[in-house]
Design a protein around this ligand. Sequence first.
Ligand code: UVW
Length: 338
Amino acid sequence: MTTHQASRRSPAGEFPRYYQLFDRPDRLRGTAWGLWGPADQLGTLNHLTPARVLEARESILTGEVIPLNLPLTEFEPPIIAHRGSIQHTVFGLNDFHRDDRIDNLFLQASTQIDGLRHFGHPDHGFYNDADPNGLVAGKPGLGIQAVAERGIAGRGLLIDVGAYRDAVGRPIDQATNEQIPVADLDSTLEWQGSTIRPGDIIMIRTGWLKHIRADANRSDGALRSPGLSQTEESAAWLWDHQVAVAASDNIALEAWPATDSKLTVQAELSGAMPASSHTGMLHRILIPLLGLSIGELWALDELAAACAARRRYDVFLTAQPLNLLGGVGSPANAMAIL
Ligand code: UVW
C-alpha cells in the first residue's frame, strides 16, 4: 500500500491530509511549514485548541491521578551514553536551611519531551525553515520555552500495543528493534474499543520500559528497543489523525536503532553527509517536517493497568516542560487524570 492510499483512508476533516502536504503551492513538499503561520513555533501542538481541552474533561471519571515520570536518576549508568548522570548537591546556608543544585542535567536523559529544535532534516532543515544559527542557548527559535509558555493539556489516549500483541499471541520482541507497523496501532485501538480524536496526546505503550527496567544488562552498549516503523506510513498515520503529541514508553518512539530504513536522506545517499546513528530515523520527518513534539521514556505501566481495569484508555493529560529559553527538550512532567 502506498502512503497516499493509506492516508486517503484516514479521518482528517478539512485539515490537509499527509499526501496533500506534497501538493501545496509555494511550500516545501511533504512539510507542514507555514500551515500555522510563518513564525509558528508549536507545530502540531496547535491541535490543542481550548475547545478540545474543554472536551477532554469528559475523560475524567474518578479523579485518580497517575504521574507518568520516571525518576531523573532512573538510568544509572545512562542508557544513552552521551547523556551523563546528574550530580545533585544539597547544601545549607546554615543548620536550618537547605538549597540544592543539579549539575550535568541532560534534559532528555529520562522521561522527556523532544521539542522542535531536536532534529532537522539533512536535506531540508529545521521546522518552518528556522535559521539553524538561531538554534543555540539563549535564543528562542523553536525552543522548549514556546511549549512551556503554552502548556500541554488535553485528551490523552493510551494505545497499549504491547498488551494487544500479548493478547493475540504475537508478543513484541522487547530485546530487538522490532518495527511496529501502524496496522498494529489500528488493531490495538479496535481491541481496546478506543477511538482516536483530533488533538489527542497519544501514548504508545510497547512494554519495553518494563522490560528494560528489569534487565540488569541494559547498559551493555547494544541498546535496542521496538517502536514505530521507520516508514512514511507512520508519519502519515500520526499526521492524518491530527495527533498533537506522540509519546511512548520506549527510547525514541520509533524502533531503535533504525536499520534498513527507507527514510535515509539524499544527503547521506549521495555521500555529502556521513551516515550516523540518526540515519534513517523517523524523527527527521516527524519533528522538522511535520512539527510534531515527541515524548519518550514515559512511564505508562501503571496507567496501562488502570486503563485495562476501567476498560477505558482516554484520560485528561497534562505535561509541562521546563521554561528554558532555547531548550531542546525537557523532562515531561506529565500526568494523567482518570
Ligand atoms: C534517540 O535518538 C535514541 O532518542 P532521542 O530522540 O532522545 O534523541
